[in-house]
Design a binder for this molecule. Sequence first.
Ligand SMILES: Nc1ncnc2c1ncn2[C@@H]1O[C@H](COP(=O)(O)OP(=O)(O)OP(=O)(O)O)[C@@H](O)[C@H]1O
Length: 571
Amino acid sequence: MRPVGSKYLLEEPLGRGATGTVWRARQRETAGAEAAVPGQPGETVAIKVLKEELAGDPDIVMRFLRERSVLLRLTHPNIVRVRDLVVEGDLLALVMDLVDGPDLHRYLRENGPLTPVAAALMTAQIADALAASHADGVVHRDLKPANVLLMQHEGQMHPMLTDFGIARLADSPGLTRTHEFVGTPAYVAPESAEGRPQTSAVDIYGAGILLYELVTGRPPFSGGSALEVLHQHLSAEPRRPSTVPEPLWTVIERCLRKNPDERPSAENLARGLRVVAEGVGVHANAAQIAAAEGVGALLAPDPDPTAVPGVPGAADPTQVLPTNAPQGAYDPNAATSVLPHTGGPAGAADPTAVLPNTGAADPTAVMPPVPPGQYGQQGQQPEQPHPWQTQLRAARDRNDQTQVQYLDPDEDPLRRRPQRQVARPQQQPRQAPQARPQQPQPRGRQPQQAPGYGYPQQQPQQYAPPQQPQQPQQPQRYAPPARPEPQRPAREPRAPRQRNANPMKIPGLGCLKGCLFTIVILVVASWLIWELTPLHTWVGQGKGYWDQMTDWIGKVGDWVEKVGGSSGSGN
Ligand SMILES: Nc1ncnc2c1ncn2[C@@H]1O[C@H](COP(=O)(O)OP(=O)(O)OP(=O)(O)O)[C@@H](O)[C@H]1O
């Protein structure tokens, strides 16, 4: 057990994410007055220990401290409470209430999609949490099922939103020059993907994706690569699956509008979803059905959305633009969340590290930044995937851990700048990033009513066509970023490969084949000679070839028998 500060002892890891590891921990002594919840000695808590990359950066530590009061006061029945923030040496940790239950991603994986009623009611509670946080000026920015924990309480389960402020902490504005990407592609709003100003509407977009996934078992946009998924967020229109009732689709479609100004406020979203839940249930009366059908009128946008600080265009006095971007210029990287490079060699021991350095096997590995110019044209193979593509491939399309990756602006396809022919510095060797393997999706499961969630056990009324089996998403393989090849002498062109006649390598097979072929040739040749020449008349018997052959074979047989018999009697 490792101490965290003087007040807590880490017991066992509960899970790992891109920004840190969550531990089950025990309180050693009552926390000081600065903690929101003093706690009792012996009490069990959850502690998220942020990665060294975060903890080692003074900008992030400052932000952590500055936001301490915001995170600590963010209380809501559907938000995992942050009890304390520990800053000690190079250690940053959030002490939270321990939630005894699975996260929503795991629940979906194990139980399949929810019914429209259950999905609407669960998302309504998440929207309640968002409304409270937006009112407090906090935008989540990484809303996804993995960040919703299901708390068991009196036989029921309640969704609890966690990881508030983590993306915000990582989004240190002074560091945007390092051009890294933070996000989970399947849930990223178009404006975030494009680097436009972000507001609380990004959380509404995330809620729309989550709602779609709750009711269908998969997010609306998927693709062969994370880049493809991001492009779909920017340009593809989601289609209504036949299992989604029309009123629920109205809500999803409004949340997924490309224009953030057209998305509903969190408060209106919660209200609209409860109306839909009533109207699509089996016990709905005519008035409730009519109200659900008119839900569009309830989904008014937020007239004053909460701006995400530190993003160009956001109404935030602390905003700092990247030093290499002119004010007002379009820079898709400027809005991305960033983490600093630790600067140390890979695997360098850090005495303050709390997380064990698991090296390549660590699925939470943060992609280390790459020196600018690494992805130059020199040495880059034409068939290699685009650097952006390879980087984002590591951020899987569904419920992946938040990825923090380097993005060179020169290589960003969205910038559409002409390629510059400049000499690039030599690339430093980098630690291979890891990505955790994709979990297979359940196939053909019937929607769950989420028993034990406190939802009415209703079945959808007129909006329940048979459930189509969901296609599992193709697991993506992580392709490491393209590396420039070292200069090598030009190779001699290879001689064309000879096909091997004996691919299975059976000894003597070639010889056997040759012998058989020769015997066949000899038999055919002798037959032709016998039949087509007067040989058989010269021999004086006038027999056909096969008769003569049978005679001779018989004679040889008799002779062998005789020889055998005489040698036997001799004995
Ligand atoms: N307060 C908590 N109580 C109990 N378990 C928790 C708590 N917070 C997180 N966990 C567990 O720890 C796991 C990791 O959480 P974390 O937020 O670091 O990762 P993530 O959300 O899956 O990934 P990422 O941070 O990369 O998006 C969660 O899946 C959950 O199982």
